[in-house]
Design a protein around this ligand. Structure first.
Ligand SMILES: [Zn+2]
Length: 231
């Protein structure tokens, strides 16, 4: 399956990816971390780490509170309405696409607990080795309106619905906003694209080695121009 996502401009360099893996792992393993520590210990160097972090904060892809990093690349240690179990870790995400996509990108077991915005029913989705299991009726809504700040403008409207009927009913109440839909499997594939920097360094390096295309030909990851899917 090819999903031509045009989501937030996160086309990244190797140094960006190094810091993003580092910060994500810190947050997952340790909870809120001092910004000064996570920047100083980045394997790619503090200067590049600080630059990447500044860009991610400005785009609403990282949150700093009281000099501590509390959310990064969709992963949050502060409660949200989307709970994610990742391996043995209990965490939160900014949207259910991240809650499916992060375990999918890592190839880990997980579980997503969220709620249908129309009927408030709890939705639980299990993930085994990165593959979502179960409910074929589940449908993910992705807004396609322009966005310049991910966590405040894009994530709040990304949701799983119990069914197409509940999505349609919600849309009609919400004034028919523009967007696209994905199955749970499609959400996993989207997450693998968004979270490509999650791959272990060796694997990412090997993939580049095997891939004859220059880096600049690789698919950009952009959320600010909506989402385009093949029909
Ligand atoms: Zn529902």
């Amino acid at each position: 399956m090819t999903i031509d996502i045009d989501v937030l401009d996160t086309q990244h360099s190797d140094l960006d990816d190094t810091f993003r893996r580092h910060a994500f792992e810190h947050l997952r393993d340790s909870g809120a971390v001092e910004v000064i520590d996570v920047v100083a210990t980045s394997p790619g160097g503090a200067e590049s780490a600080q630059r990447t972090l500044d860009v991610l904060v400005a785009r609403g892809m990282a949150i700093i509170e009281n000099d501590r990093l509390v959310a990064f690349d969709g992963l949050s240690i502060q409660p949200t309405k989307h709970r994610m179990r990742l391996g043995d870790d209990s965490l939160f995400t900014w949207c259910p696409a991240d809650a499916v996509g992060i375990p999918a990108a890592l190839g880990e077991d997980g579980e997503v607990v969220t709620a249908c915005p129309y009927c408030s029913a709890e939705i639980v989705l299990s993930i085994h080795a990165g593959e979502p299991q179960g409910d074929a009726d589940l449908i993910l809504w992705l807004p396609t309106a322009n966005c310049s700040h991910v966590v405040t403008q894009f994530c709040p409207d990304v949701n799983f619905f119990c069914s197409r009927e509940h999505l349609d009913a919600w849309r009609s109440q919400a004034g028919n906003p523009e967007g696209e839909t994905l199955s749970a499997e499609g959400a996993a594939e989207l997450g693998r694209q968004w979270q490509s920097s999650r791959r272990p360094h060796e694997e990412a390096a090997a993939a580049r080695w095997l891939d004859p295309r220059p880096r600049s030909d690789q698919r950009p990851h952009r959320r600010n121009e909506g989402v385009r899917l093949p029909t």
